[in-house]
Design a protein around this ligand. Structure first.
Ligand code: PLP
Length: 480
């Protein structure tokens, strides 16, 4: 490994020199980003540190290639190597997740969800409609047919988890395209427990009869019973789509199995590759065979040319996730989240749902008299990088919020364990206990400004650098 480290060090030295010879400010910012990431406690639940192999794979001449179409069926010449890359990414994804079909082209999680939505519409609405109209494919339709089809496609219903209960923007949130292209309704969590209320989901589904039932989340600290979600979908004739962007690493690492593994239960599963899965930024769609041909039409339905360099990096990351060591990593993510949650609870902090059983905790900072925005800023001053997040029925709305979302995947990659996460909880509580809400220029109460007591940020930074030094990021990589 030492040789690989030395190789990576010298590779990045040279890469930054080449970049710097064209635009030195980008080389400087890149160096500084490494310095900053090394020096902070990164607790953003959706972030991670990809391996040097994944990082290096992103920066190659595959970036220069256009390859619209699918493997072996491209609209451009000379795509034989892209075919190799895309086939491998899909093969690793199928094997890793036990999925009948995988599509590696989506550039991001949002793209993956758009591909999924349109594939479901194509399969469930357009297909039967074409058959009725006696047309072979959409190219055979007249303008009049299109008018009707547009109406039918645009009148479908989607039921997803609400944003403040932990769902994602793309799960039917009004300002997002998913909330505009579908008639949408949202399910939430039980106000008393903060837990997903399956009876409420079932009742809404029976009443609303969605075409698509979306499960999955960005900020819900618990596991989901996907077998139950499938039962609900089947009862009302809906397609179950699961967005596992956040917890794909826990599925890959076999922490979530049986009813908690979405792949055998959902018709279509989407994910990002860069969160707990620890790959490059990107998306994937997995599907049951029945949906394969419509998902394959991601391009030209909603995508243009695939990012071949990113598909190559997905293949490398998925190959890493197939190694036994990834299972240990995934289990550590979940164990560390438990430790973080216990660390908060024993110090009197309030957690949405009272704890966690996945990779994230949602800390309700209103008990410290703060908004999420104030807490996020004070923590950043102390070198703790988090993001503010709504809590269910948040009185401070989606901008100021009352919560802080914290995830364990990134620091687990650095090697943090049980005791270190307990210390992280202690440091966060120390910052929040020493932060007071500030006032506006006119002396009115402010939801944004804050006062962090003198000396606390430095004390916390000193304590965290002890932890960070014990677990260096990219240990073999030195930059001048
Ligand atoms: N789906 C979920 C559940 C997410 O949490 C996110 C991002 O945070 C996305 C989709 C979107 O991913 P991307 O930022 O890659 O578009």
């Amino acid at each position: 490994m030492a040789d690989v480290d030395a190789l990576i060090s010298s590779a990045y030295q040279q890469i930054l020199e080449v970049i710097g010879s064209v635009e030195p400010r980008i080389a400087d910012a890149t160096r500084q980003e490494l310095v900053d990431q090394r020096a902070s406690l990164k607790l953003i639940a959706s972030e991670n540190y990809a391996s040097p192999a994944v990082l290096l794979t992103m920066g190659t001449w595959f970036s220069d290639k256009y390859a619209e179409g699918t493997v072996g069926h491209r609209f451009y010449a000379g795509c034989q190597n892209v075919d190799t890359v895309e086939s491998l990414a899909a093969e690793h994804a199928r094997e890793l997740f036990g999925a009948p079909y995988a599509y590696a082209q989506p550039h991001s999680g949002i793209d993956a969800n758009l591909v999924a939505f349109w594939s479901i519409l194509a399969h469930r609405v357009e297909g039967p409609w074409l058959e009725k109209a006696g047309a072979k494919n959409v190219n055979d339709l007249t303008d009049e047919d299109w008018e009707t089809l547009r109406h039918e496609l645009g009148n479908q219903r989607l039921l997803g988890m609400s944003l403040d209960a932990g769902g994602h923007l793309t799960h039917g949130f009004r300002p997002n395209i998913s909330g505009k292209m579908f008639h949408q309704q949202q399910y939430g969590t039980d106000p008393a427990t903060g837990l997903l209320d399956y009876d409420q989901v079932a009742a809404k589904a029976r009443e609303f009869k969605p075409l698509i039932l979306v499960a999955g989340y960005s900020a819900y600290p618990r596991r989901v019973d996907f077998a139950k979600m499938r039962e609900i979908a089947d009862e009302v004739g809906a397609t179950l789509m699961v967005d596992m962007a956040h917890f794909a690493g826990l599925v890959a690492g076999k922490v979530f199995t049986g009813d908690e593994d979405p792949v055998p239960h959902a018709h279509v599963v989407t994910t990002t590759t860069h969160k707990s899965l620890r790959g490059p930024r990107g998306g994937l769609v997995l599907a049951q065979e029945e949906f394969a041909s419509s998902v394959d039409r991601g391009c030209p339905m909603v995508l243009g040319g695939p990012l071949s360099h990113m598909m190559a990096a997905k293949a490398v990351a998925l190959a890493e996730a197939r190694q036994d060591s990834f299972r240990t990593y995934a289990q550590n993510i979940a164990n560390n989240a438990q430790s973080l949650a216990e660390g908060f609870l024993k110090r009197g902090a309030t957690l949405v749902t009272g704890g966690t059983d996945n990779h994230l905790v949602l800390l309700d900072v209103s008990s410290f008299g703060l908004t999420g925005r104030q807490a996020e800023s004070a923590l950043l001053d102390a070198g703790v990088v988090t993001n503010r997040n709504s809590v269910p029925a948040d009185p401070n709305g989606a901008w100021y919020t009352s919560g802080i979302r914290l995830g364990t995947p990134a620091l687990t990659t650095r090697g943090f364990g049980h005791d270190e996460f307990d210390t992280v909880a202690q440091l966060i509580v120390q910052v929040l206990q020493n932060t007071q809400p500030g006032t506006t220029k006119d002396g009115a109460a402010s939801k944004a400004s804050y006062v962090l007591a003198d000396g606390v940020a430095d004390k916390v930074k000193d304590a965290s650098s002890e932890l960070l030094d014990k677990h260096p990021l990219y240990p073999g990589l030195t930059l001048d």
